[in-house]
Design a protein around this ligand. Structure first.
Ligand code: SF4
Length: 370
């Protein structure tokens, strides 16, 4: 397949998660919804189930308003809205981790609002690095396994998890390679986003095969024009209107620190005898994310360092409205960018926003400065 066919295939998966879900169900598979941000997909996959990402959608909210005040992030609100409207019909369960206060409330609301899809909590420790933190994470995974077995009838085995850990590590490597290749290739912000977004709705082995082929095509293809390069950081960067503003202003994403994108692929599962402990140690090794407790805020230096390494002249903070973990990090990010001579921009994003004219105006101004 050529570059355009591969990109079209990934676009289709990214744009129609429901069709992907129906396809897997028609193949006789069972699917499990996995909410942000670090749900142990390896476990779901190892039990023969299809993990389907749920990050909400750009839509109006009506039903979820009965459960949530207006001032909570729209990712949570739209996940619940889609659940109430029956858009996830067919999945056997939903796993929701506990990594921010909004996520904690999502699980509780889900139990009452969407009674036909069982809620499985994944409780992560605040202190994930010491051995007691790793043990706590393992206990959380064991609970997820028990609940998955009850909800789906599927069985867990450590041998299967070992293989799934390997498959996910392979996917991580291909996605990291894609991010580097895309930084130099002639690819739009929208196409780049499709590659990351489609990963949430495809089995990792299928996605790895397509992206690996795409990487080869992009390496052979034309180079990106212009040097208005930025690093984008935030939770989500998939709004078509926002991405169009990047493309129309000739602003290239040279690297990202986006939770929905590259943050997922930075850390591999180590190769240990016990694959469940290995998975817990992967979580303990993760860093540089607003959802992962770090009193030293190493993420700030990481962003500046990544921007430098990728030749980015600016950092665009895509601030999800009402996202406390991201808001806490904003001031130090801005200060660090100022000190490093990087232009920084704070663009508010929201699942209910369709008009990105204000963002477009800011990007136009940035274009002149870069
Ligand atoms: S981290 Fe932010 S965007 Fe993600 S669920 Fe929590 S509040 Fe919402």
């Amino acid at each position: 397949m050529g570059r355009n066919e591969l990109l079209a295939q990934l676009h289709e998966a990214a744009a129609s998660p429901k069709r992907q879900l129906e396809r897997y169900l028609a193949e006789g598979r069972k699917a499990v919804a996995v909410a942000p941000a670090y749900t142990p997909q390896e476990i779901v996959h190892s039990m023969g189930l299809v993990p389907m990402g749920v990050w909400g959608a750009d839509m109006e909210i009506s039903e979820a308003k009965k459960y949530y005040p207006a001032f909570i992030c729209s990712i949570m609100q739209t996940i619940l809205e889609l659940g109430i409207r029956g858009e996830y019909k067919g999945v056997s369960a939903i796993i929701i981790p506990s990594l921010c206060d909004s996520l904690k409330t999502l699980g509780q609301n889900w139990k009452y609002a969407v009674k036909d899809i069982p809620f499985i909590p994944m409780t992560y420790p605040q202190n994930r690095k010491p051995d007691y933190g790793v043990k706590f994470t393992m206990a959380g995974y064991e609970r997820v396994i028990r609940d998955l077995e009850a909800a789906t009838g599927a069985r867990f085995s450590k041998a299967a998890l070992k293989e799934s850990n390997r498959i996910y590590n392979e996917h991580n490597a291909v996605m990291r390679a894609f991010a580097e290749i895309a930084a130099e290739a002639d690819i739009t912000a929208a196409q780049r986003s499709d590659v990351f977004k489609s990963a949430w709705f495809m089995l990792p082995e299928e996605h790895t095969a397509v992206v690996r082929e795409l990487n080869e095509e992009l390496k052979r293809g034309p180079r990106a024009k212009g040097d208005r390069k930025v690093l984008v950081t935030g939770i989500l960067a998939d709004s078509p209107n926002l991405l169009r503003a990047f493309d129309e202003n000739g602003i290239r994403i040279a690297a990202d620190d986006v939770a929905h994108e590259s943050r997922q692929y930075r850390t591999d599962v180590p190769n240990l005898d016990d694959p469940l402990e290995a998975l817990a140690r992967k979580f303990s090794a993760m860093d540089n994310c607003s959802l992962l407790y770090d009193r030293d805020k190493k993420r700030i230096d990481y962003i500046v360092e990544q921007a430098r390494q990728h030749g980015a002249k600016g950092v665009i903070v895509l601030m999800t409205k009402f996202c406390d973990p991201e808001e806490f990090d904003y001031v130090p990010i801005k200060r660090a960018c100022d000190a490093a001579g990087l232009i920084s921009l704070n663009v508010e994003v929201d699942r209910q926003m369709v008009n990105y004219e204000q963002a477009n105006t800011m990007l136009q101004a940035l274009k002149e400065m870069l």
